[in-house]
Design a protein around this ligand. Structure first.
Ligand code: FHN
Length: 598
């Protein structure tokens, strides 16, 4: 896990302003606006969203003006790892001082059609824009609170309305992000870690009733967004939920995410800055991610992901059945930073030629994704997006459905398909390979049916076993492969229910003993996790406790307690966390089994 501006979305476990009284609510069931919906109705409502696969997230607010710096002070840590939109919180700026930014905010170069055309040219099918972030400043003409871009700035325009109209013109769906609990301006609005200015003190539920709920209602009834993107729920009571969703009944097609709070499921899972190893099978999910490290504009965050990395993320996410909500952070003039625009242009060019392998596709039929390519499915078509063509040729194991033909999507070149005695297919190598990903379209005689090939780790010549990140079965939704091209290590092990496992074959007769060495990293402050190694479901007696390294990128090797016994045959070896006092169990790279002579 890298130090990232991901805020664990904690419901109700945060210290918020002491003055917010626990409300003696009568038992009002938490409202999930779509609880009575049938599967067929839900499939109709979610259809456009599932086919879209790729959207633009826009974080734009007063924070674009200071752009990460306040009176030569920069926010570097705390809850947001220095994200631009968290400046007021991280630097503890008094409410009145921060609000003095509003009269200076006049983004005259903002042009909704320009932003929308950038998204459309990138191949994005929808846009979600911040209507009000934690700073409490509304980016639309709110009747519920004069602290907004129309009433409190010389700009006197309504960007949310303009963006909605611009999207409609070109057929993009438009959604709004709303911070329903955190509001660092209004009395009673929540703040992670508590208030820093008495002006913020007040009752959270009164704030929701008098500000947040009226704003959500006016957003839904006046702007009719296709998506409502809640964020950072804090102590949401059933009454808060009911008032915040009061207008849902007016738009049965509205899609809302899973961050409202109080156990409301919502429509979409929202992993942030990470791609879950196995997606969320059977659920709609969307990875939201920054192009650099900040959501809101900062002058000094120039560490932009490459367009290749961004496209590989999109392909990887689509292969797991998810959407990619990629963020841009416009500056105080209303301009999307050029490095972000350039990357989106490259993504759009690739998608123009290969988008059939992304849009309206379903997840790979295989549970395990090959190292060098990803699968997606659309009816009788199986797509391969090949990041790098294997030196020893590209083979497909386990595909039971006959292949009628193979074509390079971008060039139309037909590829030869041969099958060996075991039914494994080989594809001829294309004449030209795309530097980012070469898309192959296999037309099958029907929807693909596969027999999942079981990956069995054999001992190396020296008898050692190398159990690595890319050969592990990742058990759980949070744990993920990450690092360069997602092949460097296991990260985001923030859920101690998640585990890693491997199938190994021990050809030696009798029982062999192994010392176990772990290559891992752990940021100081997250250490202390304990874990055990299981063989075929039984505790092996091998255990370990994570000690800190110098950071998530600093790996070291430690020898675990105990030795592992393996009889001849096939075994499943699992690493199972037993406790996790810190944020994550560890970053995992390899576990080595080294034979010990008895
Ligand atoms: O605190 C916010 C953060 O500023 C940003 O808006 C992200 C985007 O998903 N959501 C919260 C962190 O999870």
């Amino acid at each position: 896990m890298k130090k990232i501006p991901v805020i664990p979305v904690l419901a109700g476990t945060l210290a918020i302003a002491a003055s917010s009284q626990a409300q003696q609510n009568t038992a009002i069931p938490s409202v999930d606006p779509h609880t009575t919906e049938t599967k067929a109705q839900r499939d109709i409502r979610m259809k456009w969203w599932r086919e879209a696969r790729f959207g633009m997230f826009i974080h734009w607010g007063l924070y674009a003006l200071p752009a990460g710096e306040w009176r030569s002070q920069r926010s570097t840590g705390g809850f947001s790892a220095g994200a631009g939109e968290w400046l007021m919180h991280d630097v503890k700026i008094p409410v009145a001082d921060y609000a003095a930014l509003a009269p200076k905010f006049n983004p005259q170069q903002f042009d909704a059609d320009t932003w929308v055309s950038i998204a459309k040219a990138a191949g994005m099918r929808y846009i979600v824009m911040t209507a009000k972030h934690h700073e409490g400043f509304a980016m639309y003409h709110s009747q519920a609170d004069p602290y907004n871009i129309y009433d409190a700035t010389p700009f006197k325009r309504d960007p949310i309305a303009e963006m909605g109209a611009a999207c409609k013109k070109v057929g993009l769906k438009f959604g709004v992000y709303y911070s329903q609990a955190q509001d660092w301006h209004q009395p009673g609005g929540a703040a992670y870690g508590g208030h820093w200015d008495p002006a913020q003190d007040g009752d959270l539920h009164a704030y929701v009733k008098n500000v947040a709920a009226p704003q959500v209602t006016e957003l839904l009834t006046k702007y009719h967004p296709a998506i409502l993107w809640w964020d950072t729920p804090v102590d949401m009571s059933p009454e808060d939920i009911r008032s915040l969703t009061a207008a849902f009944s007016q738009d049965p097609q509205l899609i809302a995410n899973n961050r409202l709070g109080n156990g409301v499921a919502g429509d979409t899972q929202t992993p942030e800055q990470t791609i879950p190893a196995n997606g969320y099978p059977g659920k709609d999910w969307e990875t939201c991610m920054t192009i650099n490290h900040t959501w809101g504009y900062k002058t000094n965050d120039l560490d932009f992901k490459s367009s290749t990395n961004l496209l590989h993320n999109l392909i990887d996410i689509a292969s797991k059945g998810g959407n990619y909500l990629l963020n841009v952070g416009p500056d105080a003039r209303g301009i999307i930073p050029e490095p972000e625009v350039k990357r989106l242009q490259v993504m759009g060019t690739w998608l123009k030629a290969n988008g059939d392998s992304i849009y309206a596709t379903a997840a790979s039929p295989y549970k395990r994704q090959p190292a060098d390519w990803r699968y997606t499915v659309k009816g009788n078509k199986l797509y391969l997006n090949v990041f790098s063509w294997p030196d020893d040729g590209l083979t497909i194991a386990g595909l039971q459905t006959p292949v009628k033909g193979a074509t390079v999507l971008a060039t139309g070149q037909k590829l030869a398909v041969t099958k060996d005695a075991q039914g494994t297919l080989s594809l001829s190598r294309p004449t030209t390979l795309d530097a980012v990903s070469t898309t192959i379209e296999l037309v099958l005689s029907g929807p693909p049916v596969v027999m999942e090939p079981v990956l069995v780790i054999q001992p190396q010549r020296d008898g050692n076993y190398q159990l690595g990140a890319t050969t592990a079965t990742l058990e759980g939704n949070t744990i993920s492969l990450e690092g360069p091209e997602g092949r460097n290590n296991i990260g985001y092990w923030t859920n101690n229910q998640d585990a890693l496992s491997w199938r190994v074959s021990t050809p030696n007769a009798g029982t062999s003993q192994y010392a176990v060495q772990l290559e891992y990293s752990c940021e100081p402050g997250s250490e202390g996790s304990t874990f055990a190694v299981f063989v075929d479901g039984n505790a092996s007696g091998v255990t370990g406790t994570i000690t800190p390294t110098n950071g998530w990128d600093d790996y070291r090797t430690m020898t675990l307690n105990g030795t592992l016994s393996l009889t001849s045959g096939m075994h499943t070896i699992r690493i199972v966390p037993k406790s996790k006092p810190g944020l994550a169990v560890m970053n995992f790279r390899t576990m080595q089994l080294k034979p010990v002579t008895p």
